[in-house]
Every structure is written in structure tokens, then in C-alpha cells.
Design a protein around this ligand. Sequence first.
Ligand code: ATP
Length: 753
Amino acid sequence: MYLKSLEVSGFKSFAKKAVLHFTAPITGIVGPNGSGKSNTAEAFRFVLGEQSIKSLRGKRGEDMIWNGGGEGASSAGRANRASAKLTFDNSRRMFSTIDFDEVTIERIVHRDNSNEYLLNGTQVRLKDIIELLASAHVGATGHHIISQGEADRILSASIRERREMIEDALGLKIYQWKKLESIRKLERTDENMKQVESLRREIAPHLRFLKKQVEKVEKAEEMRRDLISIYKVYFANEEQYVTVEKSRLHAEIAGPKKELTELEQALNKAREILSASKNKDVTSNELISLEKKLAETRTETDTVVRELGRIEGEINANKRAKEKEEGRMKQEEFKTVYLKDVEEVIRKAELFQTVKEVIDAFRHFIKGHRSANDSQFIAEMEKEIARLSLEKKDLDEKRVSLAEFEKKIIGEYNSLKQKIEHEKDTNRDAEKEVFRIIARQNEVRHIVSGLNAEIVRIEQIESEFKRELGEAGIIVGREATEYKKLEAGSQESGESQRHEQSERKHQIERLKIRLEDMGAGGGAEVMKEYKETEERDAFLAREILDLDKASVELKKLITDLDVRIDVEFKQGILKINKEFTNYFSLMFGGGHAELTVIREARRRKKGDAEELGDMLSGDSDSLTTNSELLTTDEGPEGLEVNVSLPRKKVKGLMMLSGGERALTSIALLFAISQVNPPPFIILDETDAALDEANSRKYGDMIENLSKASQLILITHNRETMSRAGVLYGVTMGADGASKLLSIQFEEAVKVAK
Ligand code: ATP
């Protein structure tokens, strides 16, 4: 025996606390109409979690609460809550999950329609109650609680509802729960999967973008490395070039520079020489004056010589005149006159214009001389000769001194002339030298300026090189400037080196531009973000895999459950049919009855899982019937009841009388209960339509059934009452409240009436 007691308080007509103890396999509840018997069956449904208030004959949860009795003063006041509490004997662990010998399940409904569920006094969810009961084959669907007038519900139900009722009775509900739970999980999994997939889709473009960025960063890094190595080679070569070229040029320019200084000195010297030749004029003036002096001397000498000649002539003439006079003195005729006097006469004569004048002059001359004293004349002559000789002597002396002077001047002149000639030669050389030096200076200056230009060029290269060094440091970091360790391409030289360098420079510029275009910086951040995003993506991918795996597993579980339900259901049907036909022929003294599985047009109710979920979580007072709720994919298969009565040709439920119908349904209910006995069965006036003979058969069957399940029978039937081990009488007083009392069979018969 599993059921110990039912305690109701404030529940419907049970205003006060009332307890039913189920101490026997069969408990009978008897009482007059309207006393509250059915309310006890409903208390069972209520406490077992029935959500359909309609099936509890109410509109709202509040209708479950004692609402006060009649108008009389004695009537008790309204209750604020209704409660029903079932106590089970769990010593055989019918509830395997609860490690107590006694299990109490209590439901309380408040006026605000809120419900409380208590398991051994602890508040739990409806879901927990339902699961617990299902595990002990005490379903809330109430296949084991047959309400008043509901006996033939199993016959009037649709084939699908019937199937569900029987599935429940066969204990397949637990699998249905599991299946629905799995479906729900599957839906959740699919939903999660969609979400995760959408998340993954969402980050995909970002990830692609980041990947490209990372590739860019890597590419940029690669370029940076390339740039560094090119820079190093470039710098090493450039430095070497600059150093070598500078020292070469400085060495090369030293010679020409020295030469220039020397040339300058030489030029100065030559110029000095030239400027010294300015004295040339003085010398030539001196020469001219010497020449003049010489000419003067010569003229003077000429005059002296002429005078000498004249004097000598005069002397000679005088000498001859004297001799002549001396002779004439001997001979008058041969008187001599002075030529000078003659010449004087002639000279005068030349000035005369007329011959007469000339003749007169000569006559005068001759007359003058004829009368001369000859001796005086000779003295005079001698005197004159002496004077002339003296004069001649002076002149001779003068002539000698003049000759000496001339000789001296000539000497001077010659030496001066020689000096001038010599000077002329020296100047010519100096001039030549100046020209030569200037020409050479021009040449050398050209060379020097060429070299200087080269030096300037090299210095520009050097400063450009330094600028580039700084720039490289900024662009690619210090590493690029650490080129000293590198050996410059020493084999490269001259033009080929410059060519190589300009190639490198081009490469450097290209790389620099590309690096700039790429926009360096933020590389580490991009890498980090990419890594994180990639990890997130990988995580999501794994999540999808996991979800997919879970989905596959759930689908498999669902299929397994379907198979299990199907197999167990069909096996159950076979067993039920065996019992069913037994009970049926027992009731009808023959005949045949069976359930057949038939297919129905597939029609699946949408949202089953959600409604089930609501029901499981206990937040809904859904009015939906259980049968509707439990519609599943298995829907297409339903159950049909086929009966054939003995001695009657008619077949099918439609042809049965009310009593026959009641008997058939009882047979079926008992058959079901026989196959998979529930811990207890409540039958509310199921026997109402039975005649005496059938009541006895019913009584036999009850007794048989009570071996496996505890029975609570609400009845007016005497036969039934007689089978009960414990009898309770329910009465209702003037206050409208039901009262409960334990009674004996005789009393019961009375009470029932
Ligand atoms: P019958 O033998 O005719 O089937 P019964 O003994 O099964 O009768 P019930 O149907 O269990 O009687 O009881 C119905 C009685 O319970 C009615 O009198 C009804 O007024 C009363 N009742 C139902 N709900 C409440 C409530 N909330 N408060 C007070 N009384 C209630």
C-alpha cells in the first residue's frame, strides 16, 4: 500500500480540515448527493498538479477555496486558501529519488490564484511534482482517477486522445516528457546555434578585415626588414664612398693649391721685375741727353777744327803774304793784299747793285793798299801770325779736350745703351713669365675649382647621407643606422658603385613610400585584436561544433525515445488487449474486445513544447487539456476500440447501450490498470450504471485490481461498498460544509441513501 492519507483544508466544500486514512486496499467513500464526495476525488487531482480548473469543476483557482456556506449565521466564513495534502508510504521507495519513508505532496491555492507546491514541506516547482509523480507512475493526467460520469471518457475520446491516455497509463509519459524536453532542448540548441552562427557571421567581416590588416602589418614588417637591410648596405657604401672620395679629393687638390701659391709668388716676382722697368724712361732720357751732348761736342769739335783750319790757312796766308811782301818789297808789283780784305771787298761787292759801285770799291781797295808801308805790313803780319798761332794752340788744346770728352760720352752712351738693351731683355722675359704664370694659374684654378666643385658635391652627398641616416632612424628604427658592422661593398668602385647606390636609393624611396602608404603603427594592437577575434571565432566555431554534436545527440535521443515509446506502446497494447478481452468476456459472458492501432491524418499541434514548458515550470493555469498538450510527432497513430458482443451481430461502440458502454469502458480501464498497475486508482461512481449481476462482477474485478493498486471508490453501490476495507461517510450540514466520518458497512448503506 502506497497511499497513506489525504488531508483537505478549505478545499471546496471542506471548510475545515478533514483527513482520509487509506488503511485498506479498498477505501469506500459514501454519502448523499451533493455532500462533497467528488470533491475528495478532485482534491486528489488538485494535489497531483491538475492544471485544468475546468476538470476540477471551477472557473478559477479561487473556486477551489471554501467559499462559505449558506446565508445562515452558523455558516462558516470564507477560507483564504485551499489546500490538499497527500501522504505516501515511501518505505519501498516508490519515489526512488526521495530518501524518506514518507513523502507528502501538498498544493495550496490562494485567493489571488497563486499556487504553492510543497514536497515534504519544502516549496518546489510544479515541474518537480510532475516529474516526481511521473517517475512513480502517478500521472497528473489522471488515467487512474476516473471522475464521475467520466467512465466512458476512454471510449468517447478521439483515437489520438485515447492513445495518449493509454500511453500515460502504460507509463510512457515519462518518455514523452523526456522526448519533449529533448525537443525543447533541441529547439534551444538550434536557437543557440543560430545565435552563435549569427555572431560568427557578424564577426566574420571584421575578422577578414583584421586578417587583411595583419597581413598588411606583416607585409609592412617584411618591407621594414627589407628596408633596413638595404639601408645598411646603402649607408655602408655611402659612408665609404664619401670617406674615400673626400680623402682622394683633398689629396688631389693639395698639389694644385700648392702650385697656385707658388704661381702667385712667381707672379709677384715677375711683376716686381716689370714694375722695376718703369725706370726705363729715365735711362732713355739719359741716353738722349748723352746723344745730345755727343752731338754738341761733335759740332763744337767741327767748329774748332774749321777754326783751326781757317787759322792755319790764315797763318799760312799771312806767312805767304809776308814772304810775298818781303818779295814785293823787292818788287812792288807783287804787292800782296790780304785775302781777308779781298774777301771783305767781295762780300761787300756782292751787296752792291751797280757795277760802278763795285769798281769804285775795288779802286778804293787798291788805292788803299798801294799806299801801305811794306815793312809795317810785314811786322803786322808777323804779329798776326803769332796771334793766330796762339789762337791755333788754344784751339788745338780745345780740340783735344773735346775729343777726350767725346770719347768719354761715347763710352757712357755705349754703356748706357748696353744697360738699356739688357733691361729690355729682362722685361721681356718677365712679361713672358707673367703670361705664362697667368695662363698656368688659369689652368690650375680651373683644376682647383673643378676639384672644389667635386668636394662640394661630396659634401652635399655627405650631408644628404647624414639626413638620410636620421630619417632612416625615424622610419625604421635605429637598427638601420647600425651599418658599421656591415662590410661595405669594397669591391664596388667608381661608377658602378654609384650606379648600385642610386639603384638602392630608388629601392629605398619605393619602400619608404609603400611603408608610408600602409601607415605604420598600431601593428601590435591590430595583431592583438586579430588574435582575440580569431580566438573568439575559433571559440564560436567550437561552440557550433558542440551545439551540432548536442543537436545530433538530442535528435538521436528523440529517435530512440520514439522507438522506445513505439515499441513499449505496441507491446503494452498487446498486453492490454489480452486483459481487455478477458475482462470484456467476463463482463459480457463472452464476446471479444481489442484496441487497434490505426493511422490518422497527420496533424501536429504547433507549439506543444512551449506549452509543455509553461506547464512544467508551473507559471500557467493553462486550460488546455493534457491530451492536447501531449500531442507529439507520433500523432498519426491512434487507437480504435473494436468490440463484438456475444450473441449479437452488431459491432462497434456506437451500437452499445449505456450499460454496455459502461461495462466496456470498465473492462478497458481495468485491463489497462492490470497491465501497468498505478499505486492507486480512484473511481468516482463508475459503477453507477451497473445492475446487480454486473455489480457483483464489478466487485470481483475490483478485488482483483486491488491486489496491485490501492482503490478509492466513491460509490452508492452496496455491492461495491461491501468490498471496501475502510468506509468513509461524507455529510453536509446546514452550513454547507462537508463532514467526514469513518463508518461501518451498515452505516454506510444508510449514509449512502
Ligand atoms: P453526488 O453524489 O450527487 O455526486 P457529491 O457528494 O459528489 O454528490 P460533490 O459534487 O462532491 O457532491 O459536492 C458538491 C458540493 O460542494 C456542492 O454542494 C457545492 O456547493 C459544494 N462546493 C463546491 N465548491 C465549493 C466551495 N468552493 N465552497 C463551498 N462549497 C462548495
